[in-house]
Design a protein around this ligand. Structure first.
Ligand SMILES: Nc1ncnc2c1ncn2[C@@H]1O[C@H](COP(=O)(O)OP(=O)(O)O)[C@@H](O)[C@H]1O
Ligand SMILES: [Mg+2]
Length: 374
């Protein structure tokens, strides 16, 4: 799929800009703090209805304005797509092909994207939260049900934690409410766990051969899911529900003592290993980078395999972070296949023929100069 047009109104440092993009490579060139990342973020928000940089939607609205609007037009394999997202202080309003979407979970997933930014190099080394967020964003793009389950889970989790705190401080003595909340939480926890398990098996299937190739056949990548309950291969939902039930029963007293929910998807982690050794602990910086790159390239293929259309790739300031070999591998892999947006302060940092095919846009304090087409 290709994003052909993007209109930004009061989005971060953009006042009002409409940009037409090329189907292959779009290079966004500009000094620091001019709006390159803001543009990548806007495309991300258009697709995901939330930012990768901030949890606070109000940050996205241009200072001293009441609302921000992002509009996009895309060409997909099965036709045209138009998206519109309005972010105001009251909330978000989303339209897909001019029809308002009541639920954001129904809106997300029409435009598919893979974003690779310097902070993704942290996927391996960063906190478990970074990895959970990554998994949630990826699954969410191909499964609206997952987004819905996850938000239900988070609401219930908050209620349950709140109640556990009241039991802890003896503000409440009755455990019946806790038991009811536990019973409601378990099926959601199990569904999320199962989906993450399936996703990570698929991700490994795609990422391992890519990693093997980038490492010149020297490294075998494995991805392990680390949930709070055992999920062995091909485990059914009913078994996961049972496993959670047993676990919650055994830790009930401890949860009341601690005043919080101690098991569930909010505690999950993922580990990556190369040749059997944990990359987070033992991997070199190079291995960690190869892992992050392999996973991003795997995501592209995974989305293609799920929906039959390639996603859009956003490379924000990341090319210059990769050495020549990894850069070449990345650009060869996506060339002529995936519409790509690359931000950079200088095109000298990109050593690849792809430059010749690219449309180059200049960004200066929230204004975009379109390239001159021949
Ligand atoms: N809500 C906002 N309203 C207006 N300007 C903003 C807002 N948020 C960020 N900015 C401005 O955007 C600029 C940063 O843009 P960014 O896209 O991150 O830069 P870069 O080109 O280096 O990637 C800064 O000048 C910052 O002050
Ligand atoms: Mg930037």
């Amino acid at each position: 799929m290709f994003l052909t047009h993007l209109s930004l109104k009061n989005y971060r440092n953009y006042k009002s800009e409409t940009i037409q993009f090329a189907n292959n490579v779009n290079i966004i060139l500009g000094e620091n703090a001019q709006g390159k990342t803001n543009m990548m973020e806007a495309i991300y928000v258009l697709a995901m209805a939330k930012s990768h940089r901030t949890a606070n939607d109000k940050d996205l609205i241009r200072w001293d304005e009441d609302y921000a609007k992002i509009e996009g037009r895309a060409t997909k394999k099965n036709g045209a797509l138009s998206l519109e997202l309005i972010i105001s202080k009251k909330g978000k309003k989303a339209k897909c092909n001019h029809v308002e979407q009541k639920r954001l979970s129904q809106y997300v997933g029409h435009l598919n994207i893979v974003m690779f930014a310097p902070e993704d190099l942290n996927l391996v080394k960063g906190s478990p939260q970074v990895r959970r967020r990554f998994v949630d964003m990826e699954i969410g793009q191909v499964s609206p049900v997952y987004i819905h389950d996850l938000s239900q889970y988070q609401k219930l989790l908050q209620q349950r934690n709140h109640y556990l705190r009241m039991l802890q401080t003896r503000e409440q003595q009755d455990e019946t409410v806790l038991d009811i909340l536990t019973e409601q939480l378990i099926p959601l926890a199990a569904k999320i766990t199962l989906k993450r398990h399936e996703f990570l098996l698929l991700l490994e299937k795609w990422a391992a051969p890519i990693h093997y190739e980038i490492s010149h056949g020297l490294e075998t990548l494995q991805i392990q899911y680390r949930p709070s309950v055992d999920v062995s291969e091909r485990m059914e939902l009913s078994r996961i529900i049972e496993a959670y039930s047993e676990k919650f029963a055994t830790i009930k007293e401890r949860e009341i003592q601690r005043g919080m929910t101690l098991v569930g998807p909010h505690r999950d982690d993922i580990s990556f290993s190369v040749n059997g050794k944990d990359v987070q602990t033992f991997g070199s910086q190079g291995q960690q980078r190869t892992t992050a790159l392999s996973i991003k390239l795997a995501e592209i293929e995974l989305i293609f395999s799920e929906i039959g259309d390639y996603p859009i790739l956003l490379l924000d300031d990341v090319l210059s972070e990769l050495d020549d070999f990894r850069q070449t591998h990345l650009l060869d892999a996506i060339r002529q296949k995936v519409q790509t947006f690359v931000t950079t302060t200088s095109i000298d940092g990109i050593e690849h023929d792809i430059i010749k095919e690219a449309a180059i846009y200049k960004v200066h304090s929230g204004h975009v100069t379109a390239p001159l087409y021949d």
